[in-house]
Ligand binder design. Structure first.
Ligand SMILES: [Zn+2]
Length: 683
């Protein structure tokens, strides 16, 4: 029992492969908990005489100064014993942190190619004038250099300023050349490539005045982002203040100031933050009862309101589907779910967590005094000429209430059946199924696989026909004109099954049941499909055959299901490659062989990770499908209560395009990656 609990708690995993030991931490190496475990694990490996250690950082999103020191110390000890530490699979943020700190010169590192964002200073100091260097790199002409030099003599402005001012070069190109000239590494600054604790070493006023940002403090050397590494007086002032050696890193001044603001918690309390909220952003206030009036007054003009508003607005702009706000012992943590993956966006101080939660409860018209029971509510905001609904839910926990806001952006709903991303063959089948006068169509997949969207698009398509369409949903996510939408009200005993019974008495042609979760709903849905209604619903199973066996497991008679069911569609949402950082590569031979591709050379794509995509390499999602039209053989199999294996065998033999094959097709078209397809299908 204890063993399993311990296993579950682990965040650093080890595996012995040949003479090497792989050490793989899972999660950002930014807290003491995980760093302690990492240090302990490395020490244990060495105690066991394992001196060839490979740190696999594939699942480490970012790291802090202490994590880097732990690795450096391990390298010292290993080299002493004739062994060696090597770092592999580092993502862009981690790789850049390792370059910034000079780590890569001491520990062999093999990671994502981040050439675009970090220039490591490999060459020694090269006193070649900047103009000459830019000409040699064929970025500007000698004539332009001469002209700039003439202007420099007259105006006294900096050479770099002049060539960017004239629009000949981008600031980034000049800085890169300057970095090369001075043998200083260059970084594109953003959250994740600095250690917040180290940023705090320098007071914000000084940092702002000198336009510098301390990034990491490793073994007494502080790497410092600056747009002007030649400014020796500033650097020595900082060395005096911090009592350390400074290692200058080139970065854009604008990025430095932006990160300075972000890294400093207090900014969320300052006026500056207010300006980030668009003028037209507005909370559509619920009718607030008298009890809330005072709180509203208290909160009026409060920074908390601005913080919450800007959070919501940023979530909407970034296309987040959920906002998670969860307290821990020391901080509150705000994360956005974008394209199905959670990203940390902010860690406000724990003291303001209750205020954030209370503000949201006020917005959702809930009881702010109730902190021991879970609560649900709805918040409406108006932003950029759109009305957006947010579903509020809170859950009490050890350190306070965890809040999740689900963004229900009606404008984002794909209600056009042609835009679901189906292959032509699948779309033809789907439309044919929807054209049937009666029968049951099931859409299946895990939570967040886009099932509801497929059903809404179907309803919207059917809505153009003269039919009586009724829905039962929990909750109603998108409103469609003309359609009769109903929300489940469990509290007053109106669950899916009971409402379905009521609705069937009202002579609908088409019924959409949000989800089949119990035997009663399953049975009525099948009966309705057999008595002249077209019934659409979703099930929470992994694949299409799973939906069939689930219905039978729930107690539906196989012979009834076999005649009611006309189609099953399994689907997933896969992330698409970020267009801003997309690159192509040739598929290795083993991949070509594994997937049975006949071409000799196959070009695939992937994203390197950039600012646009939170360094994930992905942006946006699309659906992949596996659509089976029931009939003939499949009907007979269902009637004979066939096992899952027999059903899967049938799909294989019937040459139906499976989820995986649909996904592989998209990989070949350069829209997504094999890793992404495998991730969503196996999860
Ligand atoms: Zn990108």
């Amino acid at each position: 029992m204890n063993d399993t609990a311990e296993q579950l708690d682990r965040k650093v995993f080890t595996a012995r492969v040949g003479v090497e030991t792989f050490v793989a931490p899972v999660g950002p190496l930014t807290s003491d908990d995980i760093n302690d475990e990492l240090q302990q694990t490395l020490a244990e490996c060495m105690e066991k005489g394992e001196y060839g250690i490979i740190a696999d950082l594939a699942d480490v999103g970012q790291l802090n100064s202490r994590a880097i020191e732990i690795f450096l110390d391990a390298q010292d000890q290993l080299l002493h014993r004739g062994g060696r530490l090597k770092v592999v699979s580092a993502g862009p943020l981690v790789m850049e942190s390792l370059l910034i700190t000079g780590f890569v010169h001491y520990v062999p590192t093999q990671g994502e190619d981040s050439q675009d964002t970090v220039r490591d200073a490999k060459s020694a100091y090269d006193p070649m004038p900047l103009g000459e260097l830019l000409v040699r790199k064929e970025l500007i002409t000698q004539e332009q250099v001469n002209e700039a030099l003439r202007e420099q003599k007259k105006s006294g402005r900096r050479f770099g300023e002049i060539v960017t001012g004239r629009g000949w070069l981008e600031e980034r190109q000049v800085l890169q050349a300057l970095a090369e000239q001075l043998a200083v590494p260059m970084v594109r600054l953003r959250a994740g490539v600095y250690d917040p604790d180290v940023v705090a070493m320098l007071d914000p006023e000084t940092a702002k005045r000198l336009k510098v940002l301390p990034l990491f403090n490793v073994r007494g050397v502080v790497s410092l982002a600056t747009a002007n590494p030649q400014d020796m007086p500033s650097l020595s002032e900082i060395e005096d203040r911090l009592q350390t050696t400074v290692r200058p890193i080139m970065a854009r001044a604008e990025d430095i100031l932006k990160c300075l603001d972000e890294a400093n918690d207090d900014v969320f309390m300052s006026d500056e933050f207010i300006t980030e909220v668009d003028g037209d952003f507005e909370v559509v206030e619920n009718v607030v009862s008298d009890d809330y009036a005072t709180i509203d007054e208290m909160a009026a003009g409060s920074p908390i309101i601005n913080l919450v508003n800007s959070l919501i607005q940023r979530a909407i702009t970034d296309g987040a589907s959920d906002i998670h706000i969860e307290p821990s012992r020391k901080t509150s943590r705000v994360r956005f779910r974008i394209d199905g993956v959670l990203y940390e966006v902010m860690t406000p101080r724990i003291e303001i967590h209750p205020a954030i939660v209370s503000r949201m409860k006020v917005m959702a018209n809930l009881d702010i005094a109730e902190r021991r029971l879970p609560q649900d509510g709805r918040i409406q905001v108006f932003s950029r000429q759109r009305c957006i609904d947010l579903r509020f839910s809170s859950l009490p926990g050890l350190y306070g209430e965890k809040v999740v806001l689900r963004v229900l952006d009606k404008n984002n709903a794909i209600l056009d059946i042609n835009k679901l991303g189906m292959t032509t063959a699948n779309l033809d089948t789907y439309i044919r199924l929807l054209g049937r006068s009666h029968g049951l169509i099931l859409v299946t997949g895990p939570t967040g696989s886009g099932k509801t969207t497929s059903l809404y698009a179907a309803l919207n398509y059917l809505n153009t026909l003269e039919k009586n369409i009724v829905t039962i949903e929990d909750p109603v996510e998108y409103q469609i004109d003309i359609i009769n939408q109903n929300e489940v009200r469990d509290k007053i005993g109106l669950g899916f099954a009971k409402m379905l019974r009521h609705i069937l008495r009202q002579d609908p042609d088409i019924v959409m049941v949000g989800e089949i979760r119990d035997q009663e709903t399953a049975t009525i849905a099948v009966q309705a499909a057999l008595t002249g209604h077209l019934v659409l619903s979703t099930l929470h199973t992994n694949d299409s055959t799973g939906a069939i066996t689930r219905m039978i497991d729930m107690g539906v008679e196989p012979y009834l299901l076999s005649s009611a069911l006309i189609g099953v569609m399994a689907q997933r949402l896969v992330r698409t490659i970020c267009p801003s950082c997309k690159t192509t590569y040739l598929a290795p031979p083993e991949i070509i062989e594994k997937y049975g591709w006949t071409d000799e050379r196959v070009q695939l794509s992937r994203g390197r990770g950039c600012q646009d995509c939170y360094d994930s390499g992905y942006k946006g999602r699309m659906a992949i499908h596996e659509l089976i039209e029931s009939g003939g053989d499949l009907q007979r199999l269902i009637m004979s209560n066939a096992s899952r294996d027999e059903l899967n065998q049938h799909i294989l033999e019937a040459d139906i395009e499976t989820l995986f094959h649909d996904g592989l097709g998209r990989v070949r078209q350069g829209q997504t990656t094999i890793e992404e397809i495998s991730r969503v299908i196996s999860s």
